[in-house]
Design a protein around this ligand. Structure first.
Ligand code: FES
Length: 169
């Protein structure tokens, strides 16, 4: 009889331990599913480079974020490369030190402010954060709209010839 009781107790404990494990696994899975998605592609937070890798002049293009990282007076900003006119991709022109839209000729300074052309505002900006791994993350899921034409917060003259074609007629 005592052997039978011991066996029952043992099996009961095994059963409880198994149930506890299943409950713990379920709780872990639920917690994990509720965590924000660590998206790494466009539409989420895109991991890029260290802040030191962004030069004081020029830009760093981040293809996965469809953006450029720019350092203005020591402050990092992420500029969307989508033109605010009709959405063409706006590359940076090294020779002129300007963003130049190849579609209809909008020109933006290195801070993304519109200098000329039909764009109704400057290039939009995505929030950035520097995480514990020391890298800059661009949040491509949100943006703030670029400034109205006429806003110029930096004084960087053009450094040379434009890259885009002049005739947009
Ligand atoms: S799409 Fe860039 S100027 Fe029209």
């Amino acid at each position: 009889m005592s052997i039978d009781l011991t066996r029952r107790k043992f099996l009961g404990r095994i059963w409880k331990a198994g149930a506890a494990l299943i409950a713990a696994a379920g709780a872990w899975t639920t917690w994990d599913l509720l965590q924000p998605l660590a998206t790494s592609g466009f539409g989420g937070k895109v991991r890029t480079v260290s802040p030191a890798a962004v030069p004081d002049t020029g830009v760093v293009e981040v293809l996965a974020a469809k953006s450029h990282l720019v350092k203005i007076d020591g402050e990092l900003i992420a500029l969307s490369e989508k033109c605010t006119h009709l959405g063409c991709r706006v590359p940076f022109c090294e020779s002129s030190n300007r963003f130049e839209c190849p579609c209809h000729g909008s020109v933006f300074n290195r801070a993304g402010e519109v200098l000329s052309g039909p764009s109704p505002r400057g290039l939009d900006r995505h929030p950035i954060e520097v995480r514990e791994d020391g890298l800059v993350y661009i949040d491509t899921g949100t943006k703030t709209e670029g400034a109205s034409p006429g806003t110029e917060t930096i004084d960087e003259p053009s450094t040379g010839p434009a890259c885009a074609e002049e005739d947009h007629g």
